[in-house]
Design a protein around this ligand. Sequence first.
Ligand SMILES: Nc1ncnc2c1ncn2[C@@H]1O[C@H](COP(=O)(O)OP(=O)(O)OP(=O)(O)O)[C@@H](O)[C@H]1O
Length: 319
Amino acid sequence: MITLRGLTKRYGDTVAVDGLTLDIKEGQVTGFLGPNGAGKSTTMRMILGLDNPTEGEALIHGKPYSALRHPVREVGALLEAKALHPARSARNHLLSMARTNGIPARRVDEVLETVGLTKVARKRAGGFSLGMYQRLGVAGALLGDPGVLIFDEPVNGLDPDGVRWVRELVRSLAAEGRTVFLSSHLMSEMQLTADQLVVIGRGRLLADARIADLLAQSSRAGVRLRSPQPEGLRALAEKLTAGADVEVEMVGGDEIVVSGRSVEEVGDLAHELGVRLHTLSPVSASLEQAYMELTAESVEYGTASAVFGAQPPVRKAKV
Ligand SMILES: Nc1ncnc2c1ncn2[C@@H]1O[C@H](COP(=O)(O)OP(=O)(O)OP(=O)(O)O)[C@@H](O)[C@H]1O
């Protein structure tokens, strides 16, 4: 478990992290999201004792990093994959880490196998691709068999196979009861990998929720209807928009997307009005949409169109 209590970091006038209080629990993958400059790396660095909080604290199993007796055995991290000597082989890099931390050499071969680098273990790391560096960084994080793992952008530079490998690895680490905390800008990947999401913007906590709950709250979740009766569809849209908290988007002449009502409610109303339907299906919000809604206010360098992407927000139909 990682515990943050009022965690704050100021650099001069910049508040990089602003009073974060939350628990990052074991046995699940917690995704860490936020726009560029939101404070994710600074938060991770403070958890790992690489930066000191201005106020508050970050604890691993109840202790600050500096008080851990065997840090590498308690927390493993991948921050900057390329932070190693390029002339060294992958194996020697891990061996020196192992030696410093009293870890047996056979563990080095085990983690090299886990990350799929056995065949290139004796080659100079300087010739590695970014994906191979990432794998080596993950190997270093796993070396001490720690209960807490922190990965900053672990899929950065990986091909689709590598991305899937990271997903399966982090899921299995969480299934073993470990605490897994990872950041990524790849929203679709986060939706597949994480159980819980922590979203920050301008250093502040915007959400700490299960992914399923975030998706359910998104205004983009809704019901899609298609009908061969445009008049009927318009009448249905009119009736729906008369209700509170309902939004209807017209998509061409024969389709609408309704948010704020269930499939059952919309289907029953269509039946009542005698509107024939060719499609009646739930539309789930994507994590990307839910995230955009959460962070729209706190994007440091964004423009309105970058915030909402190509699609405008759902609007009320003009019927
Ligand atoms: N050493 C530093 N000195 C001054 N300001 C810093 C320092 N490190 C980070 N900052 C500032 O703190 C804020 C948070 O930065 P941080 O790197 O933690 O964000 P991030 O969420 O990791 O961003 P990204 O997604 O771009 O990696 C930014 O405004 C950044 O410019």
